[in-house]
Design a protein around this ligand. Structure first.
Ligand SMILES: Nc1ncnc2c1ncn2[C@@H]1O[C@H](COP(=O)(O)OP(=O)(O)OP(=O)(O)O)[C@@H](O)[C@H]1O
Ligand SMILES: [Zn+2]
Length: 671
C-alpha cells in the first residue's frame, strides 16, 4: 500500500529552485588531469632514476671494480651513482631456468625482481668499516655533499606536494559538491547565506487559485483585496496611501494557510517565494539574517511577488521567550525581517504573508503597523465548509452512486482541510485495493474509522475477554442512546483498533460551539457506561476503563474550574483557558492562583460530579439489562453494528438530542 502523499508543500512540477547551479565540470576535469599526471610520472620515474638497493658487499665489489662514480651518505645509508648501470639481483640468480622457483631457492632471490639502474642505495653494516673512506678515495669515488639522486624540479615538486595537492583538490571538490546539493541556492561556501526559498512560478497548469480553496470563505474574502493590489498597485497608491505589507495567517495546522497564500499568488499571477522560518535559523551566527536579506532581494528583483514565511513563530517568538539556544541568532533574523519590511516603500508590490498557529507567542514588534498589521484567521471548516473541501478533493476521484459527501461532512467535525484531503486519499487507495471501479461510501467510512481510531489490530482474545469487551462497549452505547442530550450512537465495534479493544462511536448531528451542562453530564454518563456495565454484569472491575476515566475527569474538572458549573465553587476561573488553536493550556504558568482549600474544594466537586454520573449510569443499565444483553449477543455475533442494527437489537428509541459534539470515541483501552 502506498502511503498517503505528504500534504505539506509539495513542490509543484512548475516550480524551479532558485539560483541555478553553475556547471562544476571544470573541477572534475582539473582533478582528472592531476591524477593522470601523477600516474604518468610515477610510471616513468622509477625506470629512469629509481635506485636499486644493493647489499653492502656488492657495493664494495663495484667500488673495487672502479664502477662507482660518486656517493652521498647520511647516517648509515649510502646512495650513489654507478659508472655503468648495474643489474641487481643478477639475472641468473633471480629466475634461473624455471618460471616457478624451486622450494629451496632463497626467498630474496625469488621475491625481488631484477632491476638495472645507474643509481643505488645501500646500508652500512653496524660494524663500521673503518677503511671505507680510504678505499673509496683510492678508487676515485667522489664523496658528495648533496644527495646524488636529484630528479627534475617537476618530479620533486610532484612527489613532494602531489599527494597533498590531490587531497586538497579532492576536499574542495567534495565540499563544492555538498554545498551545491545541500542548498537550493547553491554557491558553495559563499552560498550559505543564500535563502533556500522555493520559488513557484505561475504557469497555467500548476497554479493554485481560489477555486482550489474551499470552506474558509471569510479568510479568502479578506485576501481578495491583496490580490487586487498585486494586480494593479497604482490603483491603491495613487492617493498617497501605502499598500499593506504583511498579512499574518493564523490557524490550526492543515487549515490551508499555505494553500491560501499560494492561491493569492496564483490569482494575482505573481511569483511565490516560500520559506519556512525554521530554515532561517541555523547554527552559524548571522546566517539567518543573510538568508532573509537574500530572500527579499530575490523577491524584489521579480516584483510584484509574494513572500510566504511559514511557521513564523519559529523566529517571531517574543524576545526572551525563545526556545533554548539560538536566542540571539533568532533575534537577529527577526530583526532583519523587520528591517526589510520597514525598507519597503509599499510601492514595490511585494507582500509578505506569514503563517502561524501560535499567534500569542509572537513578538509585538512583528504586529506593529507597517509590518504584519493584518491578521487573517483561518478557522477549522464547519460542516458546509467540509462539504465544499471534500468537493474540491474528489474532483479527480470517481465516486460510486452511493457516495454521500454530506454524511461524511457531518461525520467529520474538527477535521481540517488537510485531514479531509487525507480522508479522500485513503478512501481512494482502499477502493483501489478492494478492486472497485469507483469509491463507495463504505470505503469512505472505513477510512474515516481507520484515521480516527487507528488500523485494526489482530489480537487473539479469549471468549471471556470478548464478552467483557462487548459488555463494556454496549454499556457506552446503551447510555448514549438513553440519556437525553447525548450524541446519537453511530457504530459499536469489538474489533480491536489502535489502542482500543472496542469502540463506541458517537456522532453529533451538528457542529457545536456552546455546550449546555446537561449535554456535558450526558457525556460523562456515557463515558462511565463501560465500567458501569462491567460492574452491573460481573460485579468486578478491570483496567479497561482507564481512558474513559481520564476523559470523564478532564471534562468534570473543566466544568468546575473553567465553566462555573459547580455551585460550591461558583463562577471563578480556576484554570486557564485552553489555547484556542493547540488545545494546550496557555497562561497560569508556575503557581496556581488559589489556596489549598480551593484546591480540595475543586477535587471534591469533580468527585461529586463523577460519582453522581456513575450512580446514574449503573441505575440506567440495571433498568435496561435486557437491552444490554441483546446488544451484547448481536455484537458477539457480528463484531460491528451500525446505528440501525443497534436500534434493532435493543428495541430502544434514541433519546431526544440536545446538540452535537466533536467526534470523540469512547474507547476501552488496554492497560
Ligand atoms: N480549505 C481548503 N480547501 C481545500 N484544500 C485544503 C484546504 N485546507 C487544506 N487543504 C489541503 O490540505 C493541504 C495542506 O494544507 P496547507 O499546507 O495549506 O495547510 P497549512 O495551514 O499551511 O498547514 P500547516 O500549518 O501545517 O503548515 C493543502 O495542500 C490542501 O490540499
Ligand atoms: Zn470505555
Amino acid at each position: 500500500m502506498a502511503p498517503p502523499p505528504n500534504p505539506k508543500l509539495p513542490p509543484r512540477p512548475g516550480g524551479t529552485p532558485l539560483g541555478g547551479m553553475p556547471p562544476r565540470r571544470s573541477w572534475a576535469v582539473f582533478l582528472v588531469i592531476l591524477l593522470i599526471n601523477y600516474w604518468v610520472f610515477s610510471q616513468l620515474l622509477p625506470g629512469a632514476d629509481e635506485p636499486v638497493t644493493v647489499p653492502y658487499t656488492t657495493f664494495r665489489e663495484q667500488v673495487a671494480q672502479d664502477n662507482v662514480s660518486a656517493i652521498y651518505s647520511q647516517g648509515t645509508s649510502i646512495e650513489g651513482r654507478f659508472k655503468s648501470p648495474v643489474t641487481w639481483p643478477p639475472a641468473n640468480a633471480a629466475g634461473a631456468g624455471s618460471a616457478a622457483p624451486a622450494p629451496g631457492v632463497g626467498p630474496i632471490a625469488s621475491r625481488a625482481p631484477s632491476r638495472t639502474s645507474a643509481t643505488f642505495t645501500t646500508e652500512l653494516p653496524t660494524f663500521f668499516d673503518r677503511g671505507l673512506e680510504d678505499f673509496l678515495i683510492r678508487h676515485g669515488v667522489e664523496i658528495s655533499a648533496t644527495p646524488i639522486r636529484q630528479g627534475s624540479g617537476w618530479a620533486t615538486l610532484l612527489f613532494g606536494f602531489g599527494p597533498a595537492l590531490l587531497i586538497i583538490a579532492f576536499y574542495v571538490w567534495l565540499w563544492r559538491r555538498a554545498s551545491a546539493q545541500g542548498g537550493m541556492g547553491g554557491g558553495g561556501l559563499f552560498g550559505i547565506g543564500r535563502s533556500k526559498a522555493k520559488r513557484y512560478d505561475i504557469d497555467k497548469d500548476t497554479r493554485v487559485t481560489f477555486d482550489d480553496v474551499a470552506g474558509i470563505d471569510e479568510a479568502e474574502a479578506e485576501l481578495v483585496e491583496i490580490v487586487d493590489f498585486l494586480k494593479s498597485p497604482q490603483k491603491y497608491t495613487r492617493l498617497g496611501g501605502t499598500a499593506p505589507k504583511g498579512v499574518l495567517l493564523v490557524g490550526s495546522p492543515g487549515t490551508g494557510k499555505t494553500l491560501l497564500a499560494k492561491a493569492v499568488a496564483g490569482e494575482a499571477g505573481v511569483p511565490f517565494f516560500s520559506m519556512s522560518a525554521a530554515e532561517f535559523v541555523e547554527m552559524i551566527v548571522g546566517v539567518g539574517a543573510a538568508r532573509v536579506r537574500d530572500l527579499f532581494k530575490q523577491a524584489r528583483e521579480s516584483a510584484p511577488a509574494i513572500i510566504f514565511i511559514d511557521e513564523v513563530d519559529a523566529i517571531g517568538r517574543a524576545r526572551g521567550q525563545a526556545v533554548l539556544g539560538g536566542a540571539s541568532e533568532q533575534e537577529h533574523t527577526l530583526q532583519q525581517i523587520l528591517t526589510e519590511m520597514d525598507g519597503f516603500t509599499g510601492r514595490e508590490g511585494i507582500i509578505v504573508l506569514a503563517a502561524t498557529n501560535q499567534p500569542d507567542v509572537l513578538d509585538r514588534a512583528l504586529l506593529r503597523p507597517g509590518r504584519f498589521d493584518r491578521r487573517v484567521v483561518v478557522n477549522l471548516p464547519d460542516k458546509a465548509g467540509r462539504r465544499a473541501i471534500l468537493d474540491v478533493h474528489v474532483r479527480k476521484v470517481p465516486l460510486a452512486a452511493d457516495a454521500n459527501l454530506e454524511e461524511l461532512a457531518q461525520a467529520t467535525p474538527g477535521f481540517s482541510g488537510a485531514d479531509l484531503k487525507n480522508l479522500v486519499n485513503e478512501a481512494a487507495l482502499l477502493a483501489a485495493r478492494r478492486g472497485e471501479a469507483a469509491v463507495q461510501q463504505k470505503d469512505f467510512l472505513d477510512s474515516l474509522e481507520k484515521i480516527v481510531l487507528g488500523p485494526e489490530r489482530p489480537l487473539l482474545l479469549s471468549a471471556e475477554d470478548r464478552e467483557r469487551i462487548a459488555y463494556h462497549e454496549s454499556g457506552h452505547a446503551i447510555l448514549g442512546l438513553l440519556v437525553p442530550g447525548a450524541d446519537p450512537v453511530h457504530r459499536v465495534s469489538i474489533v480491536p483498533r489502535g489502542q482500543a479493544l472496542g469502540v463506541t462511536y458517537q456522532r453529533p448531528s451538528a457542529d457545536r460551539y456552546n455546550y449546555p451542562e446537561d449535554y456535558l453530564r450526558a457525556r460523562i454518563i456515557g463515558m462511565l457506561g463501560g465500567r458501569a456495565a462491567e460492574e452491573v454484569v460481573y460485579g468486578t472491575r478491570t483496567t479497561g476503563a482507564e481512558n474513559d476515566i481520564e476523559q470523564a475527569t478532564q471534562l468534570a474538572r473543566n466544568m468546575v474550574t473553567r465553566w462555573g458549573m459547580s455551585d460550591a465553587v461558583g463562577m471563578v476561573q480556576l484554570a486557564p483557558r485552553q489555547n484556542a488553536f493547540l488545545g494546550g493550556p496557555a497562561g497560569f504558568g508556575g503557581d496556581r492562583p488559589f489556596s489549598e482549600q480551593t484546591a480540595s474544594l475543586i477535587d471534591a466537586e469533580v468527585q461529586r460530579i463523577i460519582n453522581e454520573c456513575h450512580v446514574q449510569a449503573k441505575r440506567l443499565l440495571h433498568q435496561h439489562r435486557k437491552a444490554l444483553d441483546a446488544l451484547v449477543a448481536s455484537l458477539l455475533r457480528q463484531e460491528t453494528l451500525s446505528e440501525h442494527e443497534i436500534l434493532q437489537a435493543t428495541g430502544l428509541q434514541p433519546a431526544p438530542q440536545l446538540h452535537g459534539r466533536p467526534m470523540v470515541p469512547n474507547a476501552a483501552s488496554q492497560a
